[in-house]
Structures are given as C-alpha cells and as structure tokens.
Design a protein around this ligand. Sequence first.
Ligand code: N01
Length: 482
Amino acid sequence: MKPHKFIIIGAGMAGIVAAIKLKEAGFEHIEILEKADSLGGTWRENTYPGVACDVPSHLYSYSFELNPNWSHVFSPGSEILNYFKEVAKKYQVDDLIKYNQEVTSAHFNGNEWEVKTSTGFLSSAEYLIGATGVLHHPKYPDIKGIEDFKGEIFHSSRWNHDIDLASLRVGVIGSGSTGVQIVSELSTQVKSLTLFQRTPQWIFPQFNPEYSAHDIEGFTLDPTKMQEHRELMSTVFTEGFSNAVVDADSPQMKVIEETCLQNLESSIKDPELKEKLRPKYRAACKRLVISGSFYEAMNRPNVKLECGGIKEIVVNGVKLDNDRLVELDVLVLATGFKADAFLRPMEVSTCEGNSIESAWKSRPEAYLAVTVPGFPNLFLLNGPNGPVGNFSLIDVAELQVDYVLKLISHLDSNGFKKVSPTQAALEDFEAQRVEAAKKTVWVTGCKSWYLDDRGIPAAWPWPFEKFRQVMSEPDYSAFVFS
Ligand code: N01
C-alpha cells in the first residue's frame, strides 16, 4: 500500500469515483468529508418532480460499472441516486465517508493540507481533492417582496415533499432545464400551474423509451451488448451535440436548430402561445433543454404561461409588470445556481499567503480545470472552465482522476512531494480557451449561466476528444515540482 493520505471534499459522483480510483491505485488512506448526512451530491439535493439527467443513463454511468438495470434511456433522478449509493457500497467507498462534516477551511502548511469542518473536526493530508460540484449553491432571485409571500416558497433544489399539491395553484419561476422538467411533470398533478418565463427556451425533443425486460436481460447476460449500447449513445451524443455546440457554424448545429424549430412549430397549436415560447436567439446558445413533454404540458388548459416581467411578489401571489396579480398557493424558484461558486464558501489558503478568495477575485480559473497555480497538491474535479456543459460529467471526472493519479505517480517516481501548475501555463490555457470560445454557439447572443462576468463561456470550448487527449498524459513542463 502506498503511504500518502488524501482528503476528498464531497461524496457526490466525482468524490466517489476519486475514492474508487485511488483505492485501485493502491492508496488506502482516504477520507471523504461530506457536508450532508448522505451521499449523492446533486442527485441527493435535487428531488423535484420530474428530475432526470439530460445525458442518457448508459452514458451517465461510470465506465467501469455499467448498469444493465436503467429503466429508461433518460432515467429518473431517484434511480441515479440509488446507482451512486450502490456503487459506493460495492467499492466500499461509503466506509471512507465522514458525514455531516462541512469543510469550512483548508490550509496548506507547506507539507500538508490542514482541513477544518463546521463541527470542529480537524484532519490533514498531503493531497486535497475538491469534488464539490458545479451547480451546487441555489441562486435565489432578487425580486421585491419575495419574503412577503404567505404560501409555500422554495428553490427547486430544496423541494418540500410535505405538501400535497393536487388542489393547489402552483407557480414556477424559471424556464431552464429544471423549470421545464417540473412543469412537464406537475402539469397533470396540480389544480393550476403558472410558468413565469423571463426568456423562452428552445426545446429539443426527447425520446425517452423504457428499456424492456428483454433489453435488461440482454444487457445483464451480455455486458458486451451493454458496452456497445453505451458506445452508440456516446457517439450520437458527442457528434450530434457536444461537438456541435463548440462550432456554431457546424452542420450538426443546423440540425439541432431545425429540430428545435420543428418541435415548436408542430407541438404548439395556439399561435399566441407559440410566439410567446419562441426564443429570439440560436438553439443551444443557452444550455439546450431537452423534453418530450414540455410543450404538451403547455398545451394543457390548467397551465398558463406568463411572460410579462415580474413586478413583485406579494402575500398571495405574483404581481406582473402590468399590475395583474396571479394568485398562488405555492411558488417554486427554478432560478438556477451560482455557477461560479466552486469550492466556496470554504476558505482555501497556503502558508505562502495565497488564498482562493484572492486568486479567484475576478473569476475562478484552473489549469485545464484541475489545478491552480500557488496551491500545491490541490486537485479539482469538474472545476472551473472545464467541460461542464456538454459532456457526461462522469466521463470528465474519470479522466480528471486518472490525470491526477499520473501527476502523483510522477511526483513519487522523481522523489518530489509537491506539484502545482505554473502561472504561465494557466495564462496560456486561458488565452487559448477564450479565443476558442469565440467559435461556440454560447456566444451567439443570449444570456446564460455558461457566461462569466465578461460574457465569455466558462466552459471547455473544444471537442471532447481534445479533453480526452490533454487528460491522457500531463504536460509535465506546465508544472512546478518540488
Ligand atoms: O437553471 P438555469 P436550471 N426572474 O440557470 C430564470 C443542469 N440541469 O436549474 O433565462 C425571472 O438554466 C432564468 O431566466 P433567464 C443543466 O446543466 C440539468 O434550470 O435568465 N426569472 C432561467 O429561465 C442546466 O442548464 C438537468 O431569463 C429568473 C431560470 O430561471 C443547469 O442545471 C436538469 C430570475 C434558470 O435557469 C441549470 O438549470 C436540471 C428572475 N429574477 C438542471 N432569475 C438535466 O440533466 C432566474 N430566472 C435534465
């Protein structure tokens, strides 16, 4: 067994795979600090009606632990959460997790990371892996009177399951992937549903068949079949979507745009509603929403679309800009997440006086999304400006963990103890990234959570193959080893 100790922050999808791969590589001193009382990250937090992943399930699975039992091409969130729980159990990762330990600070003392949690628990390790997720901190809208509402009000990622919605008037603010899934699911379950839409979204039609018992048996008995199915999904997803969005002029982007347009034209009959739902920017400029049931929901008589601005929230509902009141019993805030809050609010610092707060004063940056100059032995999974938007984040995390293991192996075989990237490597990467982003569809005239304070997409602007290739072998000249 290798002696090094690792602390992983977060027991979500990325933290789990980090622990599995570290164990496989022969490390036994691994501690996972998890702020909540159970694992699962985003799939533990998001339990709203209709929650699912927009990456097909056979693709949104660990490459080494395919799951023959996925119920649908896009399986529901509860199944995804169970999958992570089962994998963590099978690989005995759950034994490594310390729950209810929210990391408040991490300080590199020159040799080790000293980590402190909200309970006062202290721990230390040579290596620190931040697996704290991308869309983690809810973004609450700054709307006048929001605290006055006397009905139930909650963010989509804080769903209140104690309320029986059947006889209630429900409002949903936000028409991103989350709002669309909630509206699609709730439309048949509530008295009335009002979607408050600030900006319309293009909707890519989703075909989401169930896997039959025969399919599942086939995958179980013949894992090669399942592997082939995964590869097919991967090719379709990568070529049809992931690689399309990074080239706004690509023929695949045209296909996406035409498919979305056709979906709107054929699905919405009421001409007025159709125009309200028609975006004025290119498809996939914002994160593309996929749904096979949203337009159907919007056609239902108990579902209303309000696209006048919101003036204020009052005790009994939402007042629109024209002073009309929409009376509500429940208000759901599907208003997204603080996409740039990587690691924060924890304090991350070093004995040399560096702090993440000041290093990321303008915006978070990391060399190839994994390492940060001045922060030795700190590794981020699904960190800033990585492929957050258009790939399976599981693939991304797996490649990143392999990359980290290669860096550590290089340290060990050369007698070094510390590694961090050079400032020049980060700056060079950022310059190339910003340049490449100009070709993407994300900069063609919309507002979205992809864009940073400068309007530059905080995302990987190249095809996935390039990410795979740069992760396959670190460029050791980009690092300082000591
Ligand atoms: O959040 P969003 P999300 N007044 O930021 C509106 C992943 N995800 O939770 O477009 C009124 O996309 C805002 O309006 P506008 C996926 O990566 C995946 O939906 O800014 N409205 C927008 O409509 C996704 O992209 C899955 O004008 C306000 C919405 O709120 C990401 O999570 C499922 C407002 C926020 O949309 C985030 O999706 C769910 C205000 N003050 C999520 N403030 C799947 O895998 C904000 N809005 C399927």
